[in-house]
Design a protein around this ligand. Structure first.
Ligand code: FAD
Ligand code: NAI
Length: 502
């Protein structure tokens, strides 16, 4: 008799482990299946998925170390602090990052224990079951969700086969939550060895600072990891296919970021390029590309390929059970993360929406609560975005271009950090806060921050938007002085043309 659970979660990343913990908190008998994608030096599987192992957490650790190095070299001087001969020991930096990963991934194991979530190590896959394939009585494929109402098999458990080096095991559950995440997209003909040509995995573990670093893709990873190695002394060149820089961000923020990254920080970014050939040698790589009518070649010692990520449905057995994918290979879900199969849910990077850890975690909580009969919900309009460059970039809600395209009448309040006493004291006045509010109702529609600590400042805007606040609400809230948050206050006042300090 196979082991029985109320819920089986496939994937132990932020979407999966949070779903498992929340479902267990709600009294359900839960197992989480995690493959051996990430293992510690002893070979023990590591939870936390991309985020904890090779994503959010290690990248932010390196960003912090490299930021300190950069400050010691360039920013301390204005405070009267001289640091001669500042050195970076890359091995120590990388070891610190690895220790943080060990600590946090171990922490999730502890949380599983505390919440009585069963960890099943191995690759999870739906057992194809002819009984469960969705077919109409006439035998044609059934496109709707779940089974026809009178289908007596509706309550039969799903079977998941778990394969590992130790053998195969089949387990059963009424509900399955798929949280298998994503993997880096590679370019055809550009093999990634994570030594010379790296994706996020190799880019987070370089053993020394490359003299010349090439990056394909000026997206979030390209900018964050390009910044890390640039601060440590690499000459960084980023090649981006799109003609626009940071197309998803508000145009004013993208323009400001462009100026700072290229002119002040010296990142070489080429937009609108077409990569034509990548030749990998033993110690270097050469990238040929077209830039308008010109052709050029970039020679570098290492290359990071960061051109987006793909949903991970490899070997999940989708076809055998009739699980529907969308045109981009993501698992098709409704706004409550329900798939086309009864009691099968999917969350995180493997479903449409931004590939962000916090979005996956919220979906995990929603699904666990829906399974246990509660009213789970995610407001996709208030999912914040953060890019951890320096200055940081963060936003929530719609951009000015989107409001224009949507024909919304809006008002804008924009305040530079240069007018903020705390920013001046910190010696870090780059950037601004821009608030967009509905011209008729004053409801906040979007907030865009570029500046020091934007990642923390955006939280106030998220809370405000979740509560349906007007810019006037923020304008009438007492903000501590002197803090960077006063710029949020002033931006709200500026929506009504009455900033006090600008
Ligand atoms: P994942 O984290 O990818 O986890 C999926 C898990 O499922 C993996 O552990 C995998 O081994 C396992 N798995 C897959 N298939 C199976 C199977 N069949 N059986 C068993 N197990 C399986 N997001 C942010 O919000 N903030 C950031 O600062 C940030 N920084 C990032 C930096 C980098 C370099 C990268 C690459 C990503 C970053 N992200 C960031 C994105 C974030 O990591 C992802 O959005 C998040 O990890 C997605 O969570 P998930 O649970 O959906 O999937
Ligand atoms: P991305 O989607 O952010 O950026 C990829 C970039 O590569 C795009 O600008 C795209 O136009 C460009 N590109 C695609 N094909 C190309 C080609 N052939 N030649 C040149 N340029 C090309 O993807 P990225 O940076 O790989 O990150 C993946 C995801 O991971 C992000 O979308 C994000 O969801 C997540 N992430 C989030 C972070 C955060 O929240 N701070 C940090 C890092 C990653």
């Amino acid at each position: 008799m196979p082991k029985q659970f109320d819920v089986i979660v496939i994937g132990g990343g932020p979407g999966g482990y949070v779903a498992a913990i929340r479902a267990a908190q709600l009294g359900l008998n839960v197992a989480c299946v995690e493959s051996q994608s990430y293992a510690d030096p002893k070979g023990e599987v590591r939870l936390g998925g991309t985020c904890l192992n090779v994503g959010c957490i290690p990248s932010k650790a390196l960003l912090q170390s490299s930021e300190y190095f950069d400050q010691a070299n360039h920013a301390f001087l204005m405070h009267g602090i001289t640091c001669d001969n500042v050195k970076m020991d890359v091995t120590t930096m990388v070891r610190r990052k690895d220790n943080i990963v060990t600590q946090l991934t171990g922490g999730i194991r502890g949380l599983f224990k505390k919440n009585k979530v069963t960890l099943l190590v191995g690759h999870g896959k739906f057992v194809p079951s002819p009984k469960r394939i969705l077919t109409t009585p006439s035998g044609t494929s059934f496109e709707g969700r779940g089974f026809p109402e009178d289908n007596p098999r509706e309550n039969e458990p799903w079977q998941i086969e778990i394969s590992s080096s130790g053998g195969n095991e089949t387990v059963e559950a009424k509900h399955v939550i798929i949280a298998t995440g994503s993997k880096p997209r590679h370019l055809p003909g550009v093999p990634v060895d994570n030594k010379i040509v790296c994706d996020n995995v190799g880019a987070l573990s370089m053993e020394s600072v490359p003299k010349r670093l090439g990056v394909i893709g000026a997206g979030v990873i390209g900018l964050e990891l390009g910044s890390v190695w640039k601060r440590l002394g690499a000459e960084v060149t980023i090649l981006e296919a799109l003609p626009d820089f940071l197309a998803a961000a508000d145009q004013a923020v993208a323009n400001e970021a462009w100026k700072i990254f290229t002119r002040k920080q010296g990142l070489n970014i080429h937009l609108g390029v077409k990569i034509t050939k990548v030749s990998v040698g033993k110690k270097s790589v050469s990238i040929e590309y077209e830039n308008g009518d010109e052709t050029a070649t970039l020679e570098c010692d290492k290359l990071i390929v960061s051109v987006g990520r793909l949903p991970n449905t490899d070997g999940l057995g989708c076809e055998g059970v009739g699980l529907k994918l969308d045109e981009r290979g993501r698992i098709a879900v409704d706004e409550h993360c329900r798939t086309n199969l009864e009691n099968v849910w999917a969350v995180g990077d493997v479903v449409p929406g931004p590939m962000l850890a916090h979005k996956g975690m919220e979906e995990g909580v929603m699904v666990a609560e829906l399974i246990s009969g509660q009213a789970g919900h995610v407001d996709y309009n208030t999912v914040p975005w953060v890019i951890y460059t320096h200055p940081e970039i963060a936003w929530v809600g719609r951009t000015e271009q989107q409001l224009k395209n949507d024909g919304v009448d809006y008002r804008v309040g924009q305040i530079p950090f240069l007018a903020n006493g705390r920013a001046l004291g910190q010696g870090d006045t780059a950037g601004f806060i821009k608030m967009l509010a509905d011209a008729r109702t004053d409801r906040i529609l979007g907030v865009h921050v570029i500046g020091n600590n934007a990642s923390e400042l955006i939280a106030e805007a998220v809370v405000a938007m979740e509560f349906g606040a007007a810019s006037e609400d923020i304008a009438r809230i007492c903000h501590a002085h002197p803090t960077l948050s006063e710029a949020m206050h002033e931006a709200a006042l500026a929506v009504d043309n009455r900033p006090l300090h600008f």
